[in-house]
Unconditional design. Structure first.
Length: 499
């Protein structure tokens, strides 16, 4: 039913308890705001003329922020729903609302984009029939059964009164029976005393006169009590007759109520058929609303799947990060082994880059010491005799001293000439930092190291890690951000498939 409604038209008819027309009564139309859980007035006071109510409200496309009531009604209509409306008697603010009608039928005029709200015919109730439900008072009925309701109230009151009188009579009967039982008990007591007196008369002749007098008195009292008992029994019979009359009266009233009820029942049954049709229409609208909810739930499931896919990708990336950290730890371990190789097993063997770097440092230091002298260093040429071999850090130079030369074959000794030429355009290398080479190809690594004036020692290591691509670097030494020197050799390990 979702549509852009331009107008709301409210209609209703209202009659008094005598089914006569009403004029001059002020009413108002309210709707239920579910966000506030309260009824909000949609109109000001409307005057009833000749028992008819007809009022049209325009719903503009642009609504000011001060008119939130119409805005909420428009949003409910656009979503396919119909707000809950009711008609109340117009009263001052703060008084308990008096509801006249709350059931209505809905119709749609598509040409005029008009939604009709028809409350039908309603009848005002008498004051004693108005229902108080704490939050509001119901003073109108959509069915003309108020006279029957009033009669039923009178009958119920009479019935309750008769039942109360019957209860009182029964209580009196119980009280009389209790009194009679007491009298019987007293009679038995007196009889026992009488027998005792007769025994004493036989034993004591001198007391016979007094006992006779007492016996006469007791007989007199007994006669009076018997008379009182008979009077109580007569009263009991009278009360039972009255109860019988009251019960017959109750039966007659109930029979009369049954006859009136059958006449009203047929009329109510017809109204029930109309209400069932309205309920079926509401059920169809409910099913359409549920279909829209199902579509919304499917959209939510699709969004949830996308979120799950994203979470899976994040987990895969986290797995890649964990793998790289493990590989980095492995490379660190290998570098430590390289250092141990140099320090322990081959103390006289150094990487060519380190030898050259050490010589250059000494030359720079010497040049600084001659800064204020009239002598300056020019080209420096060094001739070294060393052993040359491939080691973990690239080309390794074995420095020869007097002791080690005794055990070295002269055939493996090489003459190395190192020329140190001053570079007037060279910049200071203090503070140079190692770039991050992880994840790059060999071509990209060489280009980056060339910009940093560093050298590459490439090593390809077989691996079956599914997160690494063939030719991708995954370890480096020195580590990123470490201090480096110009011309220093950098070891980079690239991934290589096992097969």
């Amino acid at each position: 039913m979702a549509a852009d409604i331009d107008f709301l038209q409210f209609k209703a008819q209202l009659f008094d308890t005598s089914n006569q027309s009403i004029t001059g009564v002020e009413v108002a139309i309210q709707f239920y705001n579910m966000n506030l859980n309260s009824w909000i007035s949609l109109t000001k006071a409307l005057m009833i003329k000749a028992s008819k109510i007809s009022h049209t409200i325009e719903i503009p496309d642009r609504i000011s922020t001060t008119n939130q009531t119409i805005r909420i009604v428009r949003e409910i209509l656009k979503s396919g729903g119909v707000p809950s409306f009711r008609i109340i008697k117009f009263t001052s603010e703060g008084e308990l609302p008096e509801v006249i009608a709350s059931d209505f039928k809905v119709s749609m005029n598509k040409e005029k984009m008009l939604l009709g709200i028809d409350f039908g015919s309603n009848w005002l109730l008498k004051k004693e029939a108005i229902m108080d439900v704490k939050t509001h008072m119901v003073m109108g009925s959509s069915l003309p059964v108020f006279e029957f309701d009033n009669a039923m109230l009178v009958v119920e009151k009479e019935k309750a009164k008769l039942l109360e009188e019957r209860t009182t009579a029964e209580g009196q009967i119980v009280s009389l029976n209790t009194t009679i039982a007491g009298l019987n008990q007293e009679k038995e007591t007196l009889t026992s005393e009488f027998n005792l007196v007769r025994t004493q008369v036989e034993e004591k002749e001198e007391l016979l006169g007094e006992l006779n007098t007492s016996l006469t008195l007791l007989n007199t009292q007994l006669a009076e009590e018997v008379q009182e008992k008979e009077a109580l029994q007569q009263n009991t019979i009278t009360l039972k007759d009255q109860i019988s009359v009251l019960e017959n009266r109750v039966v007659e009233l109930e029979a009369k109520d049954t006859e009136n009820f059958e006449v009203k029942f047929l009329d109510l049954q017809k109204k029930v058929v109309d209400l069932e049709k309205a309920r079926d229409n509401s059920q169809q609208e409910k099913e359409a609303f549920l279909l829209s909810i199902d579509k919304l739930q499917n959209d939510i499931k699709i969004s949830q799947k996308a979120i799950d896919t994203r979470d899976t990708e994040l987990v895969a990336k986290q797995t890649l990060i964990d793998s790289l950290e493990r590989q980095n730890a492995k490379i660190t371990k290998e570098l430590e082994e390289v250092k141990e190789f140099n320090v322990t097993e081959h103390p006289n063997k150094l990487a060519a880059s380190k030898v050259y770097g050490s010589i250059v440092k000494d030359v720079i230091k010497a040049d600084e010491e001659l800064l204020n002298s009239k002598y300056k260093l020019a080209n420096v040429s060094l001739n070294l005799k060393t052993t040359v071999e491939k080691g973990p850090e690239g080309t390794m130079l074995g420095l020869i001293d007097f002791e080690s030369a005794k055990n070295i074959n002269e055939a493996v000794v090489s003459g190395i000439t190192i020329d140190v030429v001053p570079n007037p355009t060279a910049t200071a290398t203090i503070g140079r930092r190692m770039p991050n080479l992880l994840g790059l190809t060999e071509t990209a690594v060489r280009k980056l190291l060339l910009d940093y004036e560093l050298k590459l020692d490439a090593v390809y290591h077989p691996t079956n890690d599914p997160n690494l691509v063939a030719g991708q670097s995954f370890k480096q030494s020195p580590a990123p951000e470490a201090s480096v020197e110009e011309g220093q050799e950098v070891i980079v390990i690239f991934a290589k498939p096992l097969n």
